[in-house]
Write a protein that binds this ligand. Structure first.
Ligand SMILES: *Cc1c(COP(=O)(O)O)cnc(C)c1O
Length: 440
């Protein structure tokens, strides 16, 4: 497949011929100085240590004793057929990150991990964290006074800002979120309501990130969370793999050569899907197959895979205009690309109309309400019915019905009711048209 094919803006599935065995690919990452499984375990250790403190800061975490985690649920085949617009058999699961507490999206694990790691580093440097690393001390007035002299900033289309901003301001930091002028009004309001400073920029997401970075790097008390280049974010995301393993075990879902696991991850700069892929490959090796979903107008990671160096979707004649705002990214993270280059099975593209249809069907058939970006997870399945993807599936599984397809719903809980109703109505209208027109 070539870059030219992307200009047609038709949904397609690309299969990565550079995919290597998990052992080889992970060894290469480590040899090149990249992260290891130990780093994921250390990130999980930090999040475990913070549980009592997080429970005090966020009462909604009482039921999980301070753990920020989402549920894993089954999606009945009839519902999957509608939502995925596909007849492909198999078992279907939903990893419900649209419902992650505190931040309401997949950004919770990565963003919150990075803020907590940064807070610990500052406190340790100032001698506020005793030798026992008891982080409850960091909720005391002395630590809060220290944090209040510091600014944590981030550039975001919304969800990362919510995650970083809410956590940083809960600890007493000044939190600053740089957003593009077009970012959703309700996301700006939600941030401001939580004491986060929203700085609006003309231009796209990359422009907001660039301004935010320049401003915070010039400030000696500033810290910039670099979505395009953050190992901490990636490690925070990767922790999800450990949690998923436990949930699959509890559900009695076996992952092995006869029962492979196909995971569908909506992709923006790549940190969230890349981090999760990195974690899953350590745990399930060659039995897990990770696919990323990108808008037809913003296939940033796919453009990177098909190029010899960094390149944006603008460079190839695409406009990055999509309603999937969590995925509206023009250029992929080089850091993430370097890590997942040989771990990723494939990347597929999705049209905005199909996102709304899936969102509507999911709400109807499974009572799960997600944002348009998250619906991209469901639109890869139908693309296995032909071409290279069909051959990939046949090779991965002797019996397609033995495959477990896991859809990662990445955001949605905090979308205001009225906004969600508009999404839903749009999807319902489009679903009607698609039945009448017979198109998909
Ligand atoms: C950010 C986001 C993603 C993708 O994460 P990246 O790290 O940007 O690749 C997917 N879905 C939603 C809803 C998001 O907010």
């Amino acid at each position: 497949m070539t870059i030219e094919a992307l200009r047609e803006r038709q949904p397609l599935m690309w299969i990565n011929s550079a995919l290597a065995s998990a052992t080889d690919a992970l060894r290469e990452v480590a040899e090149q100085g990249g992260p290891t499984f130990g780093d994921i375990e250390a990130a999980e250790g930090l999040l475990q240590r913070w549980r009592p403190a997080l429970q005090l800061l966020f009462p909604e975490l009482n039921s999980s004793q301070g753990l920020i985690e989402s549920s894993l649920t089954r999606l009945p085949p009839q519902a999957a057929q509608l939502v995925c617009e596909s007849d492909l058999g198999g078992r279907f699961l939903v990893k419900a990150d649209h419902d992650l507490p505190v931040a309401g999206s997949i950004k919770a694990r990565g963003g919150i991990y990075e803020v907590l790691a940064h807070a610990e580093a500052i406190a340790r440097h100032e001698g506020l964290l005793g030798p026992d690393d008891n982080v409850i001390r960091l909720l005391a007035p002395k630590a809060r006074e220290l944090f209040a002299t510091k600014v944590i900033g981030v550039g975001s289309t919304g969800n990362l800002g919510l995650s970083i901003g809410v956590m940083a301001s809960a600890l007493g930091f000044r939190a600053q979120v740089h957003m593009s002028h077009e970012a959703k009004e309700w996301k700006k309001k939600r941030l401001r309501d939580r004491g986060v400073e929203v700085v609006e920029h003309l231009g796209d997401y990359a422009a907001a990130v660039a301004c935010g970075r320049a401003e915070l790097e010039a400030n000696p008390n500033g810290y910039f969370v670099d979505d395009e280049n953050s190992l901490d974010l990636l490690l925070g995301y990767a922790v999800a793999a450990l949690r998923l393993k436990k949930q699959l075990d509890e559900m009695g879902v076996v992952v092995n050569a006869e029962n492979p696991l196909f995971v569908y991850l909506p992709c923006g700069v790549g940190g969230a899907p890349g981090g999760i892929t990195f974690g899953l490959k350590h745990i399930f090796g060659d039995f897990v197959h990770c696919f990323y979903a990108e808008p037809v107008a913003a296939p940033a990671m796919l453009v990177r895979f098909l190029s010899n160096g960094p390149r944006s979707v603008y460079d190839v004649g695409l406009d990055n205009i999509t309603d999937a705002d969590g995925l509206a990214v023009a250029q992929a993270s080089e850091l993430v690309y370097g890590i997942v280059r040989r771990l990723t099975s494939g990347i597929y593209t999705v049209a905005d109309d199909a996102l709304y249809r899936s969102l509507f069907h999911l709400s109807e058939a499974a009572k799960i309400d997600i944002e348009p970006s998250a619906a991209a997870t469901f639109l890869g399945l139908g693309l296995f019915e032909r071409g290279a993807a069909s051959a990939y599936l046949a090779q991965a599984a002797r019996d397609p019905n033995s495959v477990t397809h896991l859809f990662w719903t990445t955001g949605g809980t905090f979308v205001p009711k009225e906004e969600f109703q508009r999404f839903r109505a749009r999807g319902e209208a489009l679903a009607g048209e698609s039945i009448i027109g017979g198109a998909n």
